[in-house]
Design a binder for this molecule. Structure first.
Ligand code: TRP
Length: 433
């Protein structure tokens, strides 16, 4: 049985806020409960190094994000929950992918291009302050995804290009070395709201307008009281359209609760009272999680143990897969038989014999390469058994069978005897391997 594999990474550079909760954590925890899916959630701490050079912040953020996901109900027994840097196979795969990735592909990555454009506009060297880490970001991300043969990658729109690049890298590798990778797809949740922040713009670290998910109760109240509203006085009807307060409420409330607030707006509820309603609604959802969060944060050793166990579980998939990939590219033990010379690892990429009957009533066969080019064409045999025997000899003896069968082989235009010999050798080696 192959179940759907869903994978996503969280860069460990900040403290989770309500926008992260509504847009990522809550839907992911809900999705992880679906039957027939295997979920992979990991802390992308190697990616964090590209954006953040503050070691304490990386460590603190890793702790807070891990605790947040666990407090929000992620069950590490049911999903794969791990820290990227605990999986040495990921940087190893990054290198294998680096070697099949065009530099030009990476030149086109949005984040890299934006940095170059900014430098150019400022009259600086195009690559000024651009690390090779930023440039390689998409390759590391492709390794995260391809390592676990993931099908669906829930991400924000800004990440779609990265998933497409991961597909490109997977295809290049598969083309060169056989079908090893699953081609992933981005999953964009249209129904999940992006939450406005305190100032009404999208809630984001970069605008400094966030409400931390696990702010203590009193701080949460104070922050909510600071959400921007217009100057309408109590008793004056208020617009729900464009009201950050209303949108945040809606992200937490049921349809009935939302309808009730809408009526209250129309009836001229005071902003202070509306904010109090919002505070109570969020507090109702967050308080039990906050309690779990605080208990977790107080015991970093437990979170550490959970992550180490998660890494062990993930490596049970990663370790054999990287062995397969090393084998595929030729990083092999030297005492291993030199086998499969020109062959691709994959059977579908091998030349194949086709047997058929012509209108003249006779039986023929041909050898066709993976692209469909005919390499070898027989003359007619009286019985299918004779044709089959000739095929069996070519398969069993390889090029050595050619002289004896020559009288029954018709020349094919543009195909040299070296081509034929090579194709037969490939088949022979593949059968031995
Ligand atoms: N780049 C992603 C972000 O900034 C985080 C990430 C790293 C990721 N590796 C991933 C997301 C693999 C999905 C799959 O949001």
């Amino acid at each position: 049985m192959t179940s759907l594999r869903v994978l996503t990474g969280i860069t460990t550079t900040g403290t989770p806020h309500l926008g992260n909760y509504v847009g990522a954590i809550r839907p992911a925890v809900a999705a992880s409960l679906n039957a027939g899916t295997e979920s992979f959630y990991f802390l992308a701490d190697y990616h964090a190094l590209i954006k953040c050079e503050d070691p304490l912040r990386i460590q603190r953020s890793t702790l807070e994000i891990a605790a947040s996901w666990l407090a929000a109900g992620l069950n590490p027994e049911k999903v794969f929950f791990y820290r990227q840097s605990d999986i040495p196979e990921i940087p190893e795969l990054t290198w294998l992918l680096t070697c099949v990735t065009g530099k030009g592909l990476l030149n086109r990555a949005h984040a890299y291009k934006a940095a170059v454009d900014k430098n150019t506009a400022a009259g600086s060297d195009p690559d000024s302050d651009v690390t090779a880490g930023l440039f390689m970001y998409p390759v590391l991300m492709a390794a995260d995804i391809l390592m676990f043969k993931s099908h669906r990658i829930p991400v924000g729109r800004d990440q779609i290009q990265h998933i497409e690049m991961a597909r490109d890298m997977a295809s290049s590798f598969n083309h060169l070395y056989g079908e090893h990778f699953v081609l992933p797809e981005a999953a964009i949740e249209e129904s999940v709201a992006t939450l406005p922040g305190l100032d009404g713009r999208k809630m984001s670290k970069s605008y400094d307008n966030t409400i931390p998910l696990f702010a203590p109760r009193e701080q949460l109240r104070k922050l909510i009281m600071g959400i921007v509203t217009d100057s309408r006085a109590p008793g004056e009807p208020k617009e729900t359209e464009g009201s950050a307060l209303f949108q945040i409420y809606q992200a937490f409330a049921s349809a009935e609760e939302t309808a009730a607030l809408r009526s209250a707006y129309a009836a001229g509820i005071a902003w202070g009272d509306a904010k109090q309603m919002l505070f109570e609604r969020i507090e109702r959802e967050v308080a039990p999680m906050r309690e779990r969060y605080e208990a977790l944060i107080a015991h970093p050793d437990r979170i550490e143990a959970t992550l180490i166990a998660g890494a062990e579980k993930a490596r049970q998939l990663a370790a054999p897969f990287i062995r397969e990939l090393r084998q595929a590219v030729g990083l092999r033990a030297l005492n291993q038989q030199a086998g499969v010379r020109a062959a691709r690892a994959d059977k579908t990429a091998l030349p194949a014999f086709k047997q058929y009957r012509e209108k003249d009533g006779q039986f023929y066969f041909k050898l066709v390469d993976p692209k469909g080019t005919v390499l070898l064409q027989s003359t007619g045999y009286a019985s299918p058994r004779d044709a089959g025997q000739a095929i069996a000899r070519l398969q069993g003896e390889g090029p050595a069978a050619l002289p004896a069968l020559a009288p029954n082989l018709a020349p094919v235009q543009g195909v040299t005897s070296a081509d034929i010999e090579q194709a037969l050798q490939v088949l022979l080696d593949a059968a031995d391997a």
